[in-house]
Design a binder for this molecule. Structure first.
Ligand SMILES: NC(=O)c1ccc[n+]([C@@H]2O[C@H](COP(=O)([O-])OP(=O)(O)OC[C@H]3O[C@@H](n4cnc5c(N)ncnc54)[C@H](O)[C@@H]3O)[C@@H](O)[C@H]2O)c1
Length: 322
């Protein structure tokens, strides 16, 4: 039922919003992937997505695709509250899943997703897309080669300067959190990736709602201590008056030197930080891993670590940390 070897991976898209264009193009571009279906609750945006990319089949009932013998994998790009339910339904039906960040709203949801993948043998991958940016990968290789010596600390952020999202992103039930779950997760995962994927051993945070009137956070400062002894300072925000660089960036301070992923203080005119090659490389990792019978990275377990950091940060900030 699921694709192995050289058979094309038949992919269904769940959600028809902003991020789905990147995923649709990635599937279309890949020689061993096929875009077979898309599902979303609203027909007009779904029909437009299908028209833009020639998707042969659409439905407002995503569950119908989970049991469909013509579908091997799903890309999930819906509001965060739906990620766990949708991923688990596909994984339990033996379909592979690439789920957008944040993987889930809580560690409990992430655990259920990981358990569903382990139970069925289908592959679960989390779309922490910065791992697929050439500049991030190049810096990771330099760190792994020991060029910076021992990395003492990282400083990174994921912020929206002078704007912030609305709609479901600011609904605590649908989003699960604010800027930390939306943008901070990019910076947490990038720091961890650059450090060689250590585990978090301690998380302290100050989190608040400072720039807007909504019931979720738009300002967060985290201090994460990792199992390899490095510390990461991570900032997340919406509507910040200033970013000091691109939308997301990370600096590394090591015993042997300093490096920054993008050494810019202002985005160049018309610059788009999120690029298609990142999403194409990300989809290629899923296709390659499925064909090779191996676990794609970042895995469900990698995504869970990020959610765990976020959950510990909220507990720390609200004074409920163990
Ligand atoms: N990797 C990245 O850098 C990146 C960037 C943007 C978004 N994302 C992630 O992708 C996911 C989708 O984000 P987006 O920017 O495409 O959002 P969006 O609002 O543009 O699209 C969301 C989709 O879900 C549908 N939807 C909205 N509310 C719904 C509900 N209550 N029930 C069912 N469907 C509903 C919308 O109609 C739309 O099809 C989120 O998890 C987000 O965090 C990732």
């Amino acid at each position: 039922m699921t694709a192995t070897g050289s058979a094309p991976l038949r992919v269904a898209l769940l959600g028809a919003g902003w991020i789905m264009d990147f995923h649709a193009r990635a599937v279309l571009e890949h020689p061993r992937a096929e875009l077979v279906a898309a599902a979303s609750w609203r027909e007009p945006s779904l029909a437009k997505l299908a028209e833009r990319y020639g998707i042969p089949r659409t439905t407002t009932d995503w569950r119908a695709l989970a049991g469909d013998p013509e579908v091997d994998a799903a890309v999930i790009g819906t509001p965060n509250a739906l990620h766990a339910t949708q991923a688990i339904a596909f994984l339990e039906a033996g379909r592979h899943v690439l789920v957008e960040k944040p993987m889930a709203r809580t560690v409990a949801e992430a655990d259920a997703m990981v358990a569903a993948a382990r139970g069925s043998g289908a592959r679960l991958m989390v779309a922490h897309c910065w791992r697929f940016h050439a500049d991030v990968r190049a810096l990771r290789a330099r760190v792994a080669a020991g060029e910076l010596g021992e990395v003492v600390k990282t400083r990174g952020y994921g912020v929206h300067a002078r704007w912030g999202p609305s709609g479901w992103f600011t609904d605590p039930e649908l989003a699960g959190g604010g800027a930390l779950l939306d943008m901070g997760v990019h910076a947490v995962d990038t720091a961890r990736y650059l450090l060689g994927d250590p585990e978090p051993v301690r998380v302290c945070a100050a989190i608040g709602t400072r720039y807007g009137a909504y019931p979720v956070d738009d300002d967060a400062v985290l201090l994460i201590t990792w199992s390899n002894g490095s510390n990461s300072i991570v900032e997340a925000g919406w509507w910040q008056p200033h970013a000091g660089g691109l939308e997301a960036d990370t600096e590394l301070y090591g015993t042997g030197g300093y490096a920054r992923v993008w050494d810019l203080t202002e985005p160049p005119e018309g610059y788009e930080h999120l690029t298609q090659p990142m999403f194409s490389a990300q989809l290629a990792e899923l296709v390659d891993a499925v064909a090779a019978g191996r676990q794609p990275r970042p895995s469900g377990e990698d995504g869970r670590v990020v959610v765990q950091v976020v959950e510990r940060a909220y507990a720390s900030a609200h004074g409920t940390a163990p």
